[in-house]
Design a protein around this ligand. Sequence first.
Ligand code: GDP
Length: 177
Amino acid sequence: PAEPGRPYRVVLLGASGVGKTAFASIFGGAADSMDSDDCELCEDETCEKTIEVDGEPATVTLLDTWDTDGEWAQECYMQTGDAYLLLYSITDRASFLRASELRITLRRFRPAQHTPIILVGNKCDLVRRREVSVTEGRACAAVFDCKFIETSAAMQHNVWEAFHGIVRQLRLRRDSK
Ligand code: GDP
């Protein structure tokens, strides 16, 4: 079955240092790619590629927000995404709080619509430096009515699961229209 003509625009949001660049480079790398060439992160920090999810191709444009602390950039991204990966680091409570703030801002920009969002607790390999428990992460996601996953970009653990999860949610939303 054909995907819609336009690629899904997936935005990486989160405080600086949580692993957005690491996510983007895993996405841009060879693994899971159906394209012949790896996609290169260009100047505008976007990367488009076709991945296979549940046996069906999905074309995803990934946008890495390198500066989500800037109001302008933030608002811009909040208006352009079809779906969001909201990252924090499990080793940094401030980034967890930042993720909550970003979720609230997102809701302001996207009232009513059911925008797919996954709350992503990254760096789960850093067990000894954990500041945010799995329970807290899951509870936060429940409050915000979004999915939750813990990942390690360093170990390449669950990163593709997060990308696949967001595509599944986008398809569900598409199919329910
Ligand atoms: P960004 O500012 O959100 O783009 O964060 P980066 O992707 O640049 O990551 C910040 C730092 O954290 C870098 O030194 C990464 O190598 C490191 N990092 C990113 N993800 C992980 C992870 O899952 N585990 C560990 N141990 N380090 C990570």
